[in-house]
Structure formats: C-alpha cells, structure tokens
Design a protein around this ligand. Structure first.
Ligand code: SAH
Ligand code: TRP
Length: 329
C-alpha cells in the first residue's frame, strides 16, 4: 500500500488537547491531600510507562496477557460469528497486540471495515494505528487520544455492527463506583446490533496474584515508581523515587490487588506547579492502583447493574482469566 493510501485510511483525534496536565494537577492536588493518599492509575501510562507495561506483559509471573491471548485464539471466530461485527472499538488499546486476533477473525468472516483505538497514551495510539493500516489493507483506522472515562462522546458514530472491546483486565483498575459509572456509559453507547467484549482477571491463589504484580525482575516496581517521574516532570516535583518501595498486596475482602508506593523515610516533597508541599511519614503508603479480581457471578451482577446482559463467558482451562460477551439488556 502506498503512503498516500495509508494516510487516507487513518484519522486521528486528540481529545486531551492540552488539558491533560490540568487533569493531572487536579488529580494530584486532591489525591495527595487525602488522609490516605492515592493517585489515579491513568497517569502511570506516559510513553515510558507504556513501554514498561509492554515488558510486564512478557514477564513469566504476569499470566493475564498470555491467558487472554490464548482464549482469544480459541474463541475469536465464535465471537465474530455471534456479533457479525464490522467495526472494532477498543478502549485502552495500548499496543493493540491481542486486537489482531479479533481483526483476523473479522477479516476471515469478510466483515472487517474499521478499527477505532482509544487510549490516553498518544504514542501508543499513533504507533498501533500506523501499524494496523499497513497490516490490514483496506482497513479504516481511527485513533482517539483521550480518556475513556471522559471522552466517549468523541467516538465516531457506528456504521456497522460494532464490537466494543475492553481487554487486559483494565476494568479491574476502576474503583467500584467508577466502574459502575463507566459500564453504564458504555451500555448507553451500544445500539441493539452492538456488543461488548470485556476481559477480567479472576480470583485465585494469593501467591499467584501477588507475584503477578511484584515480579522478581522488578519491572512492575519500575512501572509503579514511574508515576513519581511523571509528577517530577509534569509538575516540577522533587520526589526521590529511590526513597519509595513498590508494594503489591491482595485484599481478600475487596478481592483486589492494591499497588502502593511506601515511603522508606519521613520526607516532604514539593510540587511547585500546584503550590503544594506533601509530607510522608516513614512507612506511609500512597495507593497508585487497584486491580479487581472477579468471579462469573460478580461479572454478571455488575453488568446487569449497568444495563448489560451477559451472553457468553469464555475462560482458560485453569479458570484464571475470563472474556465476557455482553449486549445491552
Ligand atoms: N489493552 C491492552 C493494554 C492494557 S493496559 C492490553 O490488554 O494489553 C491499560 C491501557 O489503558 C493502557 O494502554 C493505558 O494507557 C490505557 N488507559 C488507562 N487509563 C485510561 C483512561 N482513563 N482512558 C484511556 N486509556 C486509558
Ligand atoms: N490492567 C492491568 C492489570 O490490572 C494493569 C497492570 C498490570 C498494572 N500490572 C500492573 C498496573 C502493575 C499497575 C502496576 O493487571
């Protein structure tokens, strides 16, 4: 395909349009002023964070990516047969590595028309969109650089039966109230011919879970600590990342992994861009992410609460990870 043809098939829209740093500033101002400090996880994914996440996906301890891929390899054709999808919209698409399995199934079924990638990481949207244009001749690709909690209005109108994919267990990274809000917004987006495919990590042995979020090579620790580098760069802060330790713990009552950064000593950090000084006691922990682990019942109940109906449940042989196919109830 010539470059001119490729360019014609690719459109990009940046919904962040310079307001990203303002959101970061607000998130940090609120999150660090709480008695129990926390930061929203989307700020983990700058260009460096996205690279580190790709490395996490290759780690022996991090099983979700491999299992979700194996499930997709097995069921992608069934999903496409059941949905007759002509366009795939992926929220939090990242490098869109597993997405190809769905695009291949759509191509094989002869329905493949368009792919829409939505991610906060501009580089990830640009790179994956450019690659997919080359790999799938005739495919239209639309990249939306934006926040899937705030910018779903910027999605182009559906022209074909649409499959909305939310892979990687990213749904688990919302706190419960935000998850219901998000799923409800997604449900409202679906027309009768559209479907949702959603990946969830499942409850399992604590040691397996904790190893997946605290690998022996220290990649997950570097990924978690990267958020402090983001704050230093974007807000002129003076965090010393070496004085914080990565912590990953499974909370059995909440059924989620919590990622935290523990201050190794008492210290005060300056954040000049938001005129804020933040003190940490020795051993004080800052929460950077939760990763909820599900059961089939919990997925069905939460989908129903959002106005969605679970149509099919696909797991790997060990029942460690699941893909759910749903539509508007
Ligand atoms: N779907 C890929 C990547 C999962 S990692 C996979 O399964 O491997 C989560 C992805 O969601 C990252 O690419 C991150 O940049 C993106 N993301 C996180 N929060 C987001 C938000 N609020 N809006 C849009 N994208 C977000
Ligand atoms: N969606 C991924 C998950 O919950 C994100 C993730 C994987 C992650 N490893 C991490 C987030 C480590 C923070 C730190 O599995």
């Amino acid at each position: 395909m010539t470059d001119a043809t490729a360019a014609a098939a690719l459109t990009l829209h940046n919904a962040l349009d310079g307001d990203e740093s303002r959101t970061l500033a607000e998130d940090v101002r609120q999150g660090l002023a709480r008695p129990f400090k926390e930061l929203p996880p989307k700020h983990l994914y700058d260009t460096r964070g996205a690279e580190l996440f790709e490395q996490i996906c290759e780690l022996p301890e991090y099983y979700p990516t491999r299992l979700e891929r194996s499930i997709l390899e097995r069921v992608a054709a069934d999903v496409i047969a059941a949905t007759a999808a002509g366009e795939l919209v992926e929220l939090g698409s990242g490098s869109a590595a597993k997405t190809r399995l769905l695009l291949d199934a759509m191509a094989a079924a002869g329905t493949l028309r368009r792919f829409v990638a939505v991610d906060v990481t501009e580089q990830a949207v640009r790179d994956s969109a450019t690659e997919l244009i080359q790999e799938y001749p005739g495919l239209e690709v639309h990249g939306l650089i934006g926040d899937f909690e705030r910018h779903l209005d910027y999605l182009p109108p559906a022209r074909e039966p649409r499959l909305l994919a939310f892979l990687g267990g990213t749904i688990g990274n919302f706190p419960p109230a935000a998850r219901l809000r998000f799923l409800t917004a997604v449900a409202e987006l679906l027309r009768p011919a559209d479907h949702l495919l959603i990946g969830t990590d499942l409850v399992k042995d604590r040691a397996v879970l904790e190893a997946a979020y605290d690998d022996s090579a220290g990649v997950t620790a570097a990924f978690n600590l990267n958020i402090l580098h983001v704050l230093n760069r974007e807000l002129g802060a003076n965090f010393d990342p070496q004085s914080f330790t990565h912590v990953a713990r499974f909370d059995e009552d909440e059924e989620w992994i919590e990622m935290r950064l523990r201050s190794d000593r008492a210290q005060t950090v300056a954040l000049p861009a938001i005129a804020m000084d933040v003190s940490f006691a020795e051993g004080e922990e800052l929460r950077t992410e939760v990763s909820a682990k599900f059961t089939r019942e919990r997925v069905a109940v939460e989908l129903e609460a959002a106005g969605l109906e679970l149509l099919a449940w696909y797991t790997d042989p060990s029942d460690w990870f699941a893909l759910s196919l749903a539509r508007r109830a």
